[in-house]
Design a protein around this ligand. Structure first.
Ligand SMILES: [Mn+2]
Length: 397
C-alpha cells in the first residue's frame, strides 16, 4: 500500500517553518478560481506552497500559524454558494490538516487582527516575477499583501521563500515513494508506446495513449503538457504543437510526466521510429553516455553549479567527437545545449527550490542532458528522476 500524506506530514512541515521563523506569524493564502468563460472556471488547482503546509484542496482559504496558535480561515460563502457548491466540510479539513481551529471568515479575521496587534512580524512567501519568461505575477501574494495592508499598514513582512524552498527540496520517505510511483508509471507508459511506435501517426494519439495508461495506473493525468517532437521539431526545447506528424525513420523526443497523489514525474526519452540514420543514432548514444556519467557523478555536497559545469564539459567532448565543434570552441556549447541539466522535482514539476544549496540526501532532482543540432534537424534528450542518497544517487523507476 502506497503512502498517502496525512496530518502528521503537514504538522511537521508547519513546525519546521515555525522553527526557522520563531518570532513571526506565518500567513499563507490558497489559490483562487480562474475564470475560463462566463460562468465556467478552469478546474481548481491548489497553490503547492499552501498545500505543503496543510494538504487542503479548497480555494481562498487563509492559513495562519505561529509558535502559539494555528488556524485556517474559510472564505466567505453566501447562501447561493452553499446551495450550489455545498458547504465547506470543517471536520474533514481538520482531520486532513491536523489543524483544530477552522474559523468562518469574520471570526478568523478578528483572530488574525488580534494576533497582528500584538506582533507585527509576518512571514509569507513572495515569489519574484520571472522576467525573461512570459509568466504573470503570483496573484495570491498580491491578494494577501492587500489584505494585510488593510489590517495594518505598518507590518513587517518577511519573505520566507528561501526557507520554504529549502524545506520542500528535502523529501520525506512518503514523498519519495509518491514521486517514485509517478516515475514508474511514466516510464512504463513510454515503454509500451515505444514497442508499438510505428502505429502512431500523430502526436495527439501518443498524448492520449499515455494519458489512458497514466489513469489506468492510478495517476490523475499529465504533470505538464507533454512534449512529443518528431524529426526537426525535437530541436525546439519546449515544442508544444499538438497533432504534429510522427515521421518514420527519424528520432522522436518524448518529454512527459504524470501526477500521482499530487507528486510529479518528469521523464524524457528519445526513441528510434523505424531506422533513423547512423548520424541520428550517434547523437542519441552520445547523450545517453553523458546522462550515465552525470548520474554516476552525483553525491551529497556537489553544487548545482558544478553539476552544470560537468554537463557542459561532457557535452563538449561529445560535440567534438560528433565533429560539431573543434577543441577551441568551448563557448559554443550553449548553442547546442541551451537549457539546464537539472531541476528539483516534487509537487511542482519544476519544484520550488533554492539552487544555491548543495546536493543533500533525500533531494529528488532530474538529470536531463540534451544535444540539439538545429541545422541537421536532430534533437536528443534523456531525463530521469533521481534520489540523492547518503553515498550517491538512485534512479527512481
Ligand atoms: Mn525536466
Amino acid at each position: 500500500m502506497l503512502a498517502t500524506l496525512k496530518a502528521d506530514f503537514f504538522k511537521q512541515n508547519r513546525q519546521k517553518l515555525i522553527n526557522l521563523a520563531t518570532d513571526q506569524t506565518i500567513i499563507l493564502i490558497a489559490n483562487d478560481y480562474i475564470q475560463k468563460s462566463l460562468d465556467q472556471n478552469y478546474p481548481f488547482k491548489q497553490d503547492n506552497n499552501f498545500w505543503y503546509f496543510c494538504g487542503i484542496d479548497i480555494a481562498n482559504l487563509i492559513l495562519v500559524f505561529n509558535k502559539d496558535s494555528q488556524f485556517l480561515i474559510l472564505p466567505k460563502q453566501n447562501k447561493y454558494q452553499q446551495i450550489f457548491d455545498g458547504s465547506i466540510p470543517k471536520t474533514s479539513i481538520s482531520k486532513q490538516s491536523g489543524i483544530n481551529e477552522i474559523l468562518d471568515y469574520d471570526l478568523g479575521l478578528e483572530k488574525l487582527k488580534a494576533i497582528i496587534s500584538k506582533n507585527k512580524k509576518i512571514g509569507t512567501i513572495i515569489i519574484p516575477k520571472i522576467k525573461h519568461l512570459n509568466r504573470i505575477n503570483n496573484q495570491n501574494q498580491i491578494r494577501l499583501l492587500r489584505l494585510l495592508k488593510r489590517i495594518d499598514s505598518k507590518l513587517e513582512i518577511n519573505n520566507l521563500g528561501k526557507e520554504v524552498a529549502g524545506l520542500r527540496m528535502i523529501k520525506s520517505i512518503s514523498e519519495i515513494e509518491l514521486i517514485k510511483e509517478a516515475s514508474k508509471i511514466t516510464i512504463n507508459a513510454i515503454s509500451k508506446i515505444t514497442k508499438e511506435i510505428l502505429n502512431f501517426e500523430r502526436s495527439t494519439q501518443i498524448d492520449k495513449a499515455l494519458l489512458i495508461d497514466f489513469l489506468k495506473n492510478g495517476s490523475s493525468g499529465h504533470s505538464f503538457d507533454p512534449i512529443i517532437a518528431s524529426g526537426k521539431n525535437s530541436t525546439i526545447i519546449h515544442f508544444n504543437q499538438t497533432n504534429s506528424k510522427i515521421l518514420k525513420n527519424r528520432l522522436l523526443l518524448l518529454d512527459v510526466g504524470c501526477v500521482f497523489n499530487n507528486y510529479a514525474s518528469d521523464i524524457s526519452r528519445t526513441i528510434a521510429v523505424g531506422n533513423p540514420s547512423n548520424r541520428e543514432l550517434n547523437v542519441l548514444n552520445a547523450v545517453k553516455r553523458v546522462q550515465e556519467q552525470l548520474i554516476k557523478s552525483l553525491k551529497p555536497g556537489l553544487s548545482f553549479a558544478d553539476l552544470e559545469g560537468l554537463t557542459k564539459k561532457l557535452i563538449f567532448e561529445e560535440l567534438i567527437n560528433l565533429k560539431v565543434v573543434t577543441k577551441n570552441d568551448f563557448k559554443k556549447v550553449r548553442n547546442f545545449y541551451p537549457h539546464a541539466v537539472t531541476h528539483s522535482l516534487g509537487l511542482d514539476v519544476h519544484d520550488f527550490a533554492d539552487y544555491s544549496l548543495n546536493l543533500t540526501p533525500n533531494m529528488v532532482i532530474t538529470i536531463e542532458p540534451g544535444i540539439y543540432l538545429q541545422e541537421e534537424g536532430i534533437g536528443v534528450r534523456f531525463e530521469d528522476d533521481i534520489l540523492i542518497t547518503n553515498s550517491g544517487a538512485k534512479v527512481l523507476k
